[in-house]
Ligand binder design. Structure first.
Ligand code: AMP
Ligand code: MG
Length: 278
C-alpha cells in the first residue's frame, strides 16, 4: 500500500501518544480504553515483531556501550506497571537490563535528597534501565499526602527537568510512560486481586484507601505532564485499560526511540585482516 507521507502508521501512534511540551493535558479528555484504531487481532503479531526488533536494537546498544536507555513507568495503583515489564521486556537479554522498583524511601534514602537513589539506579552505558515508579513519586504521592510542604515539592518540577536534561545531554535517552486506566478498571483489577489466589499477594490494604484520592492523583499527574514533558525527556500517556494495546504502544515507543538513536557497532579493536587465529 502506498504511503505518500512516508510515515508508517506505527510512527503516527508514537506521535499521538507523546505529550507536547508545555501542553495542558486534561486526562478526562483521554479515553483509557482507546486503541487508536489498532485491532486486537493484529496487535499480537505487531507486538511479536516489536519484541524481535527490540532485542536486535538492545544488542546494538550493548555493543556500542556509549549511551543508555531509561524507561520510566508510572501509573496509578493497578495501572499495569508490573505487567508492562513482564510483557514488553521479556525478550531482552538480562545482561543488558536493570529494573528498579521505587518504594517508600527508607534508610539511607531518607537521609539524602530525593534524587540520590534515582541517580544511582540510572542505567550504565549500553544498558536499558526500567524504573517501576520513579522520582515522579516525589511530586505525586508526596504532593497528594503533603509529605513535604508545597514550597518543597513545587520546586521539584524544575529540579527534575534539570536532572533529566543533564542525563540526556550525557547520553541517557529517557522515555516516560503514564499507564492510564479508568477508575472502573482499577476497581475491576482490585477485585481480581482479591478473588484470584495467584494475585492476592499484590493486594495492599492501602490500595482502596489510595483510591479515595483519585482526583488529587489525576491533578498531580496533569501538573507533572504539563511541567515535565520536555524535548529531552518526553512523556507518553498510554491508554492502558486494554493490556494488549498498552503492551503494543509501549513497545512501539521504545523501538522508535532506539531506531532514532542510530546505534552503531564500534570499530574493531584491531586491524582484523592482520589477525591470525592459529
Ligand atoms: P508498590 O509499587 O505497589 O510496590 O508500592 C510502592 C509504594 O511506595 C507506593 O505506594 C508508592 O506511592 C510508594 N512510594 C514510592 N516512592 C515514594 C516516595 N518517594 N515517597 C513516598 N512514597 C513512595
Ligand atoms: Mg501496590
Amino acid at each position: 500500500m502506498a504511503r505518500p507521507t512516508g510515515i508508517s502508521p506505527m510512527n503516527k501512534l508514537e506521535r499521538a501518544l507523546r505529550v507536547p511540551p508545555g501542553s495542558r493535558i486534561k486526562l478526562a479528555n483521554i479515553d483509557p480504553a482507546n486503541t487508536h484504531g489498532v485491532l486486537k487481532a493484529e496487535a499480537a503479531e505487531r507486538l511479536t515483531k516489536n519484541l524481535e526488533r527490540l532485542s536486535e536494537l538492545q544488542y546494538r546498544l550493548y555493543a556500542e556501550s556509549r549511551r543508555a536507555l531509561l524507561v520510566v513507568l508510572q501509573g496509578i495503583d493497578a495501572g499495569g506497571k508490573d505487567g508492562t515489564v513482564r510483557h514488553v521486556m521479556s525478550g531482552l537479554n538480562p545482561q543488558g537490563v536493570s529494573v528498579t522498583s521505587f518504594k517508600v524511601p527508607e534508610g539511607a534514602e531518607k537521609r539524602h535528597d530525593y534524587l540520590w537513589r534515582v541517580h544511582q539506579a540510572v542505567p550504565e552505558w549500553g544498558q536499558i534501565g526500567i524504573f517501576n515508579r520513579s522520582h515522579y513519586e516525589d511530586v505525586l504521592v508526596v504532593r497528594v499526602h503533603n509529605l513535604v510542604p508545597k514550597a518543597v515539592w513545587s520546586k521539584r518540577y524544575r529540579q527534575i527537568n534539570d536532572f533529566e536534561r543533564m542525563l540526556s545531554e550525557n547520553g541517557v535517552v529517557i522515555l516516560k510512560f503514564l499507564l492510564y486506566i479508568s477508575k472502573e478498571e482499577q476497581a475491576e483489577r482490585f477485585r481480581l486481586r482479591l478473588e484470584d489466589k495467584t494475585r492476592t499477594w499484590k493486594f495492599s490494604p492501602a490500595d482502596p484507601k489510595e483510591r479515595v484520592y483519585w482526583d488529587q492523583y489525576i491533578e498531580a499527574y496533569e501538573e507533572a505532564l504539563r511541567k515535565c514533558a520536555t524535548r529531552w525527556a518526553p512523556w507518553y500517556v498510554i491508554p492502558a485499560n486494554k493490556k494488549w494495546f498498552r503492551n503494543l504502544a509501549v513497545s512501539q515507543v521504545i523501538v522508535d526511540a532506539l531506531e532514532r538513536m542510530n546505534l552503531k557497532y564500534p570499530k574493531p579493536a584491531a586491524e582484523l585482516s592482520a589477525v591470525k587465529i592459529k
